[in-house]
Write a protein that binds this ligand. Structure first.
Ligand code: IVH
Length: 711
């Protein structure tokens, strides 16, 4: 598979970097939500990783970028917030993600980084174990009893799936001689054999099948009806821990053995390695065994073995410094391209989809793949540079398809030697195939979009699906299938969000054709559906904003807007006053931490009163009561304080000191100014100590600092 040619960061100007960064941030945030919350990934793991690395590269080369854009990069976030329906559990110790490595040299770099951080000159030992492709789960035991089980959620708050976890045979309900408090973390997964049997049963019953074992495991664990989970054969490998009242051991390897002794399944391919060479050898070994393991793995995880060193290494904002996931390359297959369809999405984007002669890629039959956009088909990236060596893609071509994990497959390459000489280049439509409106491509945008707005039935129906989706109004009994049906129905049509809330009244008023008599409905399901709709008349402001499906306004931006404005009226007044993108209201909007100019413009354009669609939103508001959203809360002894280190530190390297301070919410500055709250001065402190004295900045030594932050 060829990589897309991306311009080198070193050759970029700051505005170019900012533009690319903003675009990537949106892609990554949307992908996070799709993957973690909706179990419906939109990017391959490989593509997702590539985007995150590119973000990290841009951030390293342009360190002011986050501040300039007033937002936290998703390189520092894990996952998405939990879905409603389950109770929520705040993790006492955050559930983190792992940094990824692909090439062998990234593994040696990891070892170098670890040793440098610790100021450690000798060799270090690491554990190496398979990275299980399932979903992570945290099990809390108190006094030996399982008291709750929680999914990762956004890393801080997960879903309470205790009842479901109790149905999994590998999860002990009670432990003997365990620490009083013990949180065991690991992966829930489904074996290949169980997955095949489950899908065979589903096919026989005429039910939907799962695309792969990970989806099946996630769908089975996150069942509101635990008896469904009980009927699905799930398994669990323990590989980590969270909150603990007493240490499990002094090394990672022994801690895992301890978990095994307590009755957990731990992975038999976990070994101890004395450095990168042995780690890479184990990676190759596991790779050869991968196909015969009987369950999906997507790489090998390396962890520093000594737990004291792990503690010193600590965490970046979302990943530990002491571990890394060495991923396997994406899986590939060749097949014939039978046709190219154009789908029209919620924001009008015309997305080309490859219809493929079905082919098995990594155990999954693939018959569709994304082709991204017209440039991708033509063999160019959005900046006009060649991809795939400039080879275009034509109907009838032999194409290379890949998927990594459980995601939408992609077309990576084309075999020109097998091309029919009569094959014609693909002509991308200039009009929307659904409504015939002009399809316009903005300067600098790789996507052509239908300009029909709600006139376009494809956009209208996709917006409705988004409106009722899990992260938006989340109306039980009104999923994508029902939306399609109501949208096209002549007797009880639902064409706009407001129509959802008039459905029950219209049904009551209609003398014939009652919904309860329709195919697929009945008295009970209709009563339930109407009750579910009624219940959602009260909705928190952030969800409401998100549900409108405005381009660039995802969940993160919706929450920021809701927090800032507190109510719908203030928000809409701001939007109306901002029509020229000027004035105090506009200034206030774009000054919100995390709302960039692109999102602000999209919001104003979508909801300003000159927009025909605004009338629809005003109509919707008549049916709703807006609930306030909860305020965020975080604190630590040095949170928000600006600190400066100077002189020699004796207990840790400078990198370690800085990392710990930042982990506690402090800002670490390089020089002393009036804004400095605290100077930590070791022996040999010079001009910075003098500056601190002159400015009256509090000065302490390393020991006092350690005492302040709790050791
Ligand atoms: S350790 C603090 N070990 O991979 C890090 N994670 O991409 C704790 N995963 O969220 C995770 N197998 O869901 C660890 N052997 C393993 C794993 C593993 C699978 C998952 C886990 C994690 C994700 C990160």
């Amino acid at each position: 598979m060829r990589e897309k040619v991306v311009p080198s960061v070193a050759a970029m100007t700051e505005p170019e970097a900012v533009a690319e960064w903003a675009d990537l941030v949106h892609q990554v945030l949307d992908a996070n939500t799709a993957y973690h919350r909706d179990d419906a990934p939109v990017l391959s793991d490989a593509e997702y990783d590539r985007l995150k690395r590119r973000l990290a590269e841009l951030e390293a080369a342009f360190p002011g970028i986050e501040r300039a854009m007033k937002m936290t990069s998703p390189t520092k976030l894990v996952g998405a917030a939990p879905a409603d329906g389950f109770g929520k559990i705040a993790h006492r110790v955050r559930m983190l993600s792992l940094e990824n490595a692909f090439a062998a040299e990234e593994v040696t770099d990891f070892d170098d980084r670890v040793r440098k951080f610790l100021g450690h000159t000798g060799g270090l030992s690491y554990t190496a174990e398979p990275k299980i492709d399932g979903l992570s789960l945290s099990l809390r035991y108190e006094g030996g009893d399982l008291i709750h089980a929680a999914t990762r959620g956004d890393g801080e708050v997960g879903e309470n799936v205790t009842i479901n976890a109790l149905t999994i045979a590998d999860i002990p309900q009670a432990l003997t001689s365990a620490p009083d408090v013990l949180e065991v973390r690991g992966e829930v997964y489904m074996s290949h054999a169980d997955f095949a049997a489950l899908n065979a049963r589903a096919t026989a019953a005429g039910d939907k099948t799962f695309a792969n074992p990970r989806n099946a495991a996630a769908g089975s664990l996150r069942q509101l009806d635990a008896s469904v989970t009980a009927s699905r054969p799930l398994r669990f490998f323990a590989y980590a821990w969270g909150d603990l009242s007493a240490p499990l051991a002094s090394t990672q390897f022994e801690a895992i053995q301890h978990l095994r002794a307590l009755g957990f399944q731990t992975n038999p391919l976990t070994v101890l390695c004395d450095g990168p060479e042995a780690m890479l050898a184990h990676y190759r070994q596991i790779e050869t065994q991968r196909a015969t393991l009987g369950y999906d793995i997507d790489g090998v995880v390396y962890k520093v073995n000594d737990l004291t060193l792990q503690a010193r290494l600590g965490f970046r904002s979302s990943t530990p410094r002491w571990a890394i996931a060495h991923k396997f390359p994406a899986e590939l297959a060749w097949t014939e391209l039978l046709g190219i369809d154009i789908q029209v999405g919620r924001t009008g984007a015309l997305s080309p989809v490859a219809r493929l002669k079905p082919v098995t890629v990594g155990g999954v039959v693939v018959s569709n793949a994304t082709l991204h956009n017209e440039d991708y088909i033509a063999g160019r990236d959005s900046k006009g540079e060649d991809i795939r060596g400039g080879k275009d893609i034509r109907v009838g071509d032999w194409v290379q398809v890949y998927r990594a994990g459980d995601v939408i497959p992609k077309v990576a390459d084309v075999d020109l030697t097998r091309r029919d000489p009569a094959a014609e280049p693909f002509v991308f439509p200039q009009r929307c195939p659904e409504c015939g409106s002009e399809a316009h491509r903005e300067e600098g945008d790789s996507v052509r979009r239908c300009t029909g707005g709600l006139i376009c039935p494809a956009q209208a129906v996709e917006r409705l699906k988004h409106f009722v989706s899990r992260s938006a109004f989340d109306i039980e009994g009104l999923g994508a299938k029902q939306v399609e049906m109501f949208f096209r129905d002549a007797t009880l049509p639902v064409k706009t969000p407001a129509d959802v809330f008039t459905l029950a009244a219209r049904d009551a008023a209609s003398p014939l054709q009652k919904l309860k008599n329709w195919d697929g409905f009945g008295e009970t399901s209709v009563t339930k559906l109407f009750a579910a709709i009624e219940a959602k008349r009260s909705i928190p402001l952030d969800r409401l904003i998100f549900s409108l499906g405005i381009r660039h306004i995802g969940e993160t931006s919706s929450t920021l807007l809701a927090r800032h404005y507190g109510g719908w009226d203030r928000l809409i007044k701001t939007i109306d006053a901002s029509h020229n993108y000027t004035g105090p209201e506009w200034e206030e909007l774009t000054a919100i931490d995390g709302i960039g100019e692109v999102s602000a413009r999209a919001l104003v354009d979508a909801l300003h009163s000159y927009n025909a669609e605004r009338a629809e939103v005003d109509r919707l508001m008549k049916f709703l009561t807006i609930l306030p959203i909860k305020a965020a809360a975080t604190e630590s002894p040095v949170a928000g304080k600006t600190v400066v280190f100077t002189g020699t530190l004796e207990k840790m390297t400078r990198a370690e000191a800085k990392a710990r301070a930042e982990a506690l919410g402090a800002k670490v500055a390089g020089s002393v100014s009036a804004k400095t709250d605290l100077l930590i001065a070791g022996p040999g402190a010079g001009s910075k100590a003098k500056d601190a004295e002159r400015l009256g900045v509090r000065m302490i030594d390393e020991d006092a600092w350690l005492a302040l932050i709790g050791g």
